[in-house]
Each structure stands twice: as structure tokens, then as C-alpha cells.
Design a protein around this ligand. Structure first.
Ligand SMILES: NC(=[NH2+])NCCC[C@H](N)C(=O)O
Length: 670
């Protein structure tokens, strides 16, 4: 049989009809394929039916067209495959059931072993034969299975490479179902429901009132927001909680300082700055006069006991106590410190597009919980007395000693953390609780988890410390950044300077101030999330604002560029395109990248490493810019332009979703 034209391509490329139809002539073969597809009531897209069998065989049809139909063979539902949310899983299911047949192992187990080859020359799906634990020589087995393989609508080739078996999938079929899916799901693309019914409490940011919002808090904010977003994207219910540092002897000191230096007017005007100034001043005073420290301690003791009846400085832990105190005017001040600070924080967080479901804090842990914690510890014989203080000896776990009550009877940071954890579990019955806190506090959190375990709370296994390394040189440019607001202002200014360097472009930006703010924030965030969390990094002012290289501005630029294609093309997105027009390598590479996004969303749940998504977004952006060199939309034949527009649009959606997952606000123009 002689095959020619596009049909030859179909057969050789996909092996679609090699078997069982040896005697058909080519035209019969073609119409056979078409009618068999038609009989399944599958509509073809954007091309006419071949009329005359002797003319170029498949007029308007190319290999891609044939394969662009939805496949006739049903996709096997293999356990663990998310056919609905992950279109690559359809192909994987196929591979898994095929290998199951060859090997006698369960398709579900095999599915979990499938990999994405690092080098795309090795196809799209791979499996390391040794992982299957079948008898015999792996490379021999690989070769045997290649022999057994026959191409089908999903998998077009199977090759052996050492211990590996590599599969090539029908990319146009993937493109077809993928673009359909993205068109339907838009900003939901990439998400899944694997966490449905589960609840995650994510504690992050947690700055200290009256103290600087340092780099550690910034990292906690950025990473914590990501941790929350990733859970949302995987179908979890999430609660974002800000656990403010607003309690302890230091706050007794602040109250003493406020009496001396505070004014109501300045407090209202800029609470965070005013409290900080007072805090700095009173700390200086302490250096000269040790007795202030005693005052602060005494003060805090009273704050904690709730016995402060001082004219206006009294802290009341919660409304119940505040009402029972019957002294509403007296509770004003501390509550004001807190409330005004929170209000200000909210504005700043809004700039980062972050909001918290709960503003909690050390002050919000009730005495009752702290006492209950101490009672349990006593009852379990875990507490020891030492110079009038209560301690827990954790040396046998190589975790040093934790002091849980001072000799004046007041609580400590860790005591309140124990109480807070108990309260949180009772209130939320979480399936996971994350503490997004710098690695400087590794010991503290290890102690906390160990103590909770010793207390017999089996839910301690659901608690995780998401730690991260330090940032060097964050405030060097002007040396004045102490609050988040200052950091963001400096960032915006610097970004603005960079933008002004290109006068022509700058003059076209509609609201440069807002754009500078968003790109600046993106620059800071991407720099922060580019490497593994635990790595320390140096804040590089010039490097991070560059539009070239792996920076936030680069990603924003890639997104805005995709948006401009849509704006400038002069026609609307049409979901019914001729898929075969996307068969260039750079188009298929793009489809490949886009199709992998759901894998990355799922994978991020295990690692909780934002760098995995940053790397993905970078790769996608690079692939887009490669494609844009040759595959234009403007000035192309309409059908081609439509197909490409849909493809770029899908990239824009995917890149936008990835940026949002990272916590960035994708820009449409810049
Ligand atoms: N549950 C916790 N201990 N969370 C961490 C709080 C961070 C603390 N406010 C600090 O700035 O160091």
C-alpha cells in the first residue's frame, strides 16, 4: 500500500491505522477514519470534509486535524488520576494501563511512578523500569515492551533509552482538550479539589507592635500568603491568621513609655511610627535607669492579671473581661494601640494584596488557656521548679530547656504559644496548621511541638513549621526602612526611577505610580521566592528591578506583553480553532508548558516551596518569548491568527494564574 500526502504523515506519525486495515486504499483509509470519528458524533473543527478521493487526499485536513478530534478510545480511569483537572493525566492513565498490561502491576501504582522527562527530546512521559520491580534486566525489558507497543490516539510513540521507557503523546490532541479546558475554566485553570473538606490554618507575617517590621516578617508575609494560596488552589478551606506580637514585658515597657512620651494625637495620626518612637526612647531610658525595667515588669504583671486600674492604661484581653471590668474608658488605651496598629497594617497588607481572616496575637490568648496548659503540664509531671520559675527540661530531646512561667508568675512567649495552639485546635479543628516563621525560631517551634506532644495532643502532627533563611542588606539603600510601608515606598521609588529611564515607554503608562508600586512589589516578592526558602539571600536593589533575567519585572512584562497581543489583534478570542495550525515546534512546546501547570500546583502542596512556581513561571515566559519570535498573530491569515491568539491567551491565563498563586497582581499594561 502506498500512502501519500498528509495521510502518510498521519500513519507514520501516529501509527493510527497501521493495524487491521492493510488492504484499504488511502482514500478509503481517510474516509474510514473520518466516518468512524463522525459516527461517534464528534465534530471536527475548522476544516472541510475531503470531497474527492483523487485530489490531495485530505483537503483541509492535516495530520493534526485528524488527531484533533476527541479520541474515540475512552480514557481508562486509573486511581489517582485527576482526569478532570489535569489533562496530562488522561495520557498518563493511558500509559499506566498499557504498562500494567505489559507488567502485570497495578495501573494505579504505575501512575504514581510516571515522570516528566527532564529533556523534552525524551518525550513527555517516562518511567524508570527498575522502579516497577519486575524480574529481569530493565533495559532488556524496556526493549521488549517497545516491541509490544502499538501507537494509538493518545500515545504516538514509545522508545527505550537505557532503563527508561519514554512516551510521546499526541500533542495536538492534548492541545485540543487543553485549550478547551482553559477556555472553560479560566482563572480556575490549574486548581483541583484534592483538599476538599480539609481545613488549613496558616499563621503568617505576625509582626510585633511597636517594633520594626523586619525582613523576617516580610518573608513570612510573602511565603505565608503563598502557602495559603497553594492550599486554596488545591481545594482546601484556609484561614489566614496574623499572630501579632503584642504582649509580654516589652509591652509593659511600652505602656510606661507612653505615659512619659505618648500623645493621643500622634497615636491617631501614625500609630505604628509613634509607638515605635516611644519604644526606642523608653529603651534608651532603661539604659540609664534600671528601675524602669522593674516598672515595666510590674506593669506587665498587672496587665496579665487584668488588675490594672490605672486612669486610662489598662489592657483587657477580650470583651468578656472588658465588660466584667465595668470600666470601659479604662480599657481604651491598649486596645487602641492594638486596633490602630491593625488598621494601619491592613492598609499596607492591602498594597500587597493580602488580607487576613483573623488578627490574633499573643495578647488574645486567654489566661484561662495558659493556666489550663500549665495544669496539664503539672498533671503530666513535666514541669520543674527552678528559682521560683517553672521550666520544662527537654534536654533528653536535645531541645534545651523551656521556661513557661517566670518567677513573678507571668507567662512567656512559649507559654502563650502553647495556649494559642490549644485554642486554635478547639476552635478550628484544623487538618493542618502552619507556622510561617524564620529559621531563627527553629528551636522555639521544636520545643513547642515537643511540649504539645508531651501534653498528649495527637493533633500536634498536623502542626508544621515553614521556616526560611535570612535576608541581608535589606535596608541599606537609605538605611531607614523599619516598617513595611517604608520598604514598599522605597521599592516603588526605585522602580519608578528604572521606568523613567525609558522616557518613551514611560510616557505611555497611564498611572505610572500604581504600576511602579505593583512592579516594585513583584520585584521584591520574586527575589524572595526565587530560591529554596531555607537559603539566605542578599537584597539586591539593582538586580531585582531589572527587566531582564529572572526577575519580577520580567514576569510582569511577559504577562503584559501577552495581554497586548489580545488588545491589538483586532478580533475576539474564538475557542473553535483549527488545532492543526498549531503544529510548529514552538507552539507545541508552549502547549506542553501550559499543560504542566496543574502538576506544579499539586506539587507545590508537598514542598510548599514558592521557587517551584517561580521557576515554572520563568520557563513559561521564556517559552512564550521564543514562540513570539516566529509565531505572530498580527498580519497573519485569519485562521492562523485565531489559532495563535487562543494559544497565547491560554498562556496569559496560565501565567496570570501562576503569578496570582505567588501573590503577585498580574499587570495588563506596563
Ligand atoms: N506562633 C508564633 N510564635 N509565631 C511567630 C510569631 C513571630 C513573632 N511575633 C516575632 O516577630 O518574632
Amino acid at each position: 500500500m502506498r500512502l501519500d500526502g498528509s495521510l502518510k504523515k498521519i500513519v507514520s506519525r501516529f501509527g493510527f491505522v497501521q493495524k487491521g486495515l492493510p488492504n484499504l486504499n488511502t482514500s478509503r483509509l481517510a474516509s474510514n477514519i473520518i466516518s468512524s470519528l463522525a459516527s461517534k458524533n464528534i465534530k471536527k473543527r475548522g476544516c472541510s470534509c475531503p470531497g474527492n478521493a483523487n485530489k490531495p487526499l485530505l483537503t483541509g485536513f492535516s495530520a493534526g486535524d485528524i488527531m484533533s478530534f476527541n479520541p474515540v478510545t475512552p480514557i481508562p480511569q486509573v486511581g489517582g488520576a485527576d482526569l478532570e483537572n489535569n489533562k496530562l493525566d488522561s495520557f498518563r492513565s493511558f500509559v499506566a494501563s498499557m504498562i500494567a498490561e505489559f507488567s502485570g502491576k497495578s495501573a494505579e501504582d504505575i501512575l504514581a511512578l510516571l515522570e516528566v522527562p527532564k529533556n523534552s527530546d525524551h518525550g513527555n512521559i517516562a518511567i524508570a523500569i527498575p522502579k516497577l520491580r519486575v524480574q529481569g534486566n530493565p533495559s532488556q525489558i524496556a526493549k521488549q515492551w517497545v516491541e509490544k507497543f502499538s501507537p494509538n490516539e493518545y500515545i504516538t510513540s514509545c522508545t527505550a533509552s537505557g532503563h527508561y521507557l519514554n512516551f510521546e503523546i499526541n500533542k495536538l490532541l492534548l492541545a485540543n482538550i487543553l485549550l478547551d479546558d482553559i477556555y472553560k475554566r479560566k482563572e480556575k485553570y490549574g486548581t483541583n479539589q484534592s483538599g476538599a473538606g480539609k481545613k488549613a490554618l496558616v499563621e503568617f507575617s505576625s509582626p510585633n507592635i511597636a517594633k520594626p517590621f523586619h525582613a523576617g516578617h516580610l518573608r513570612s508575609t510573602i511565603i505565608g500568603n503563598f502557602v495559603k494560596n497553594v492550599h486554596d488552589a488545591n481545594g482546601w478551606e484556609t484561614i489566614g491568621l496574623n499572630y501579632l506580637g503584642d504582649w509580654g514585658k516589652q509591652y509593659g515597657l511600652l505602656a510606661v513609655g507612653f505615659e512619659k512620651y505618648g500623645t493621643e494625637r500622634e497615636l491617631l495620626n501614625n500609630p505604628i511610627k509613634h509607638l515605635y518612637d516611644i519604644y526606642v526612647k523608653i529603651n534608651k531610658d532603661v539604659d540609664e535607669d534600671e528601675t524602669i525595667n522593674d516598672q515595666a515588669r510590674a506593669y506587665f504583671k498587672k496587665m496579665e492579671e487584668g488588675t490594672l486600674t490605672f486612669s486610662y492604661i489598662i489592657y483587657i484581653k477580650n470583651l468578656i473581661i472588658s465588660y466584667s471590668s465595668g470600666d470601659e474608658t479604662s480599657l481604651i488605651l491598649w486596645k487602641k494601640f492594638r486596633d490602630l496598629s491593625i488598621e494601619k497594617y491592613k492598609d499596607t497588607y492591602a498594597r500587597l494584596n493580602i488580607n487576613f481572616d483573623v488578627y490574633s496575637g499573643e495578647s488574645q490568648v486567654s489566661n484561662e488557656s495558659n493556666n489550663r496548659a500549665l495544669d496539664i503540664l503539672k498533671e503530666k509531671n513535666i514541669l520543674k521548679e527552678s528559682d521560683g520559675a517553672l521550666i520544662i527540661d527537654l534536654k533528653q530531646y536535645k531541645l534545651d530547656i523551656a521556661v513557661v512561667q517566670k518567677n513573678d508568675g507571668t507567662t512567656l512567649y512559649i507559654t502563650r504559644d502553647i495556649g494559642a495552639a490549644m485554642e486554635r485546635y478547639e476552635k478550628y479543628k484544623f487538618d493542618a496548621m502552619y507556622y510561617v516563621v524564620a529559621s531563627q525560631q527553629d528551636l522555639h517551634l521544636k520545643q513547642l511541638f515537643k511540649i504539645l506532644a508531651l501534653m498528649g495532643f495527637e493533633w500536634v502532627d498536623r502542626c508544621k513549621h515553614i521556616n526560611f533563611g535570612m535576608v541581608n542588606g535589606m535596608s541599606t539603600r537609605k538605611g531607614t526602612a523599619v516598617f513595611l510601608d517604608d520598604i514598599l515606598e522605597q521599592t516603588k521609588e526605585s522602580m519608578h526611577e528604572v521606568m523613567r529611564q525609558n522616557e518613551k515607554k514611560y510616557s505611555q503608562v497611564e498611572n505610572p505610580d500604581q504600576v511602579a508600586d505593583i512592579i516594585g512589589i513583584s520585584a521584591v516578592m520574586i527575589q524572595d521566592m526565587s530560591a529554596k526558602r531555607i537559603r539566605n539571600y542578599t537584597f539586591k536593589w539593582d538586580r531585582m528591578f531589572s527587566f531582564e533575567g529572572d526577575t519580577g519585572p520580567y514576569l510582569q512584562y511577559a504577562h503584559a506583553r501577552l495581554c497586548s497581543i489580545e488588545r491589538n489583534c483586532g478580533f475576539e478570542i474564538n475557542p473553535n480553532i483549527d488545532i492543526s495550525l498549531l503544529s510548529e515546534k514552538s507552539a507545541l512546546d508552549l502547549i506542553d508548558m501550559v499543560a504542566q501547570y496543574p502538576d506544579f500546583v499539586k506539587g507545590a502542596l508537598n514542598t510548599l516551596e514558592p521557587c517551584t512556581i517561580v521557576t515554572y513561571a520563568m520557563k513559561l515566559s521564556h517559552t512564550v518569548s521564543v514562540a513570539l519570535e516566529t509565531l505572530w498573530v498580527l498580519g497573519q491569515e485569519h485562521k492562523i491568527a485565531e489559532a495563535r491568539l487562543l494559544m497565547y491567551w491560554a498562556c496569559r491565563i496560565t501565567l496570570g494564574n501562576a503569578l496570582k498563586l505567588l501573590g503577585l497582581t498580574p499587570l495588563e499594561r506596563m
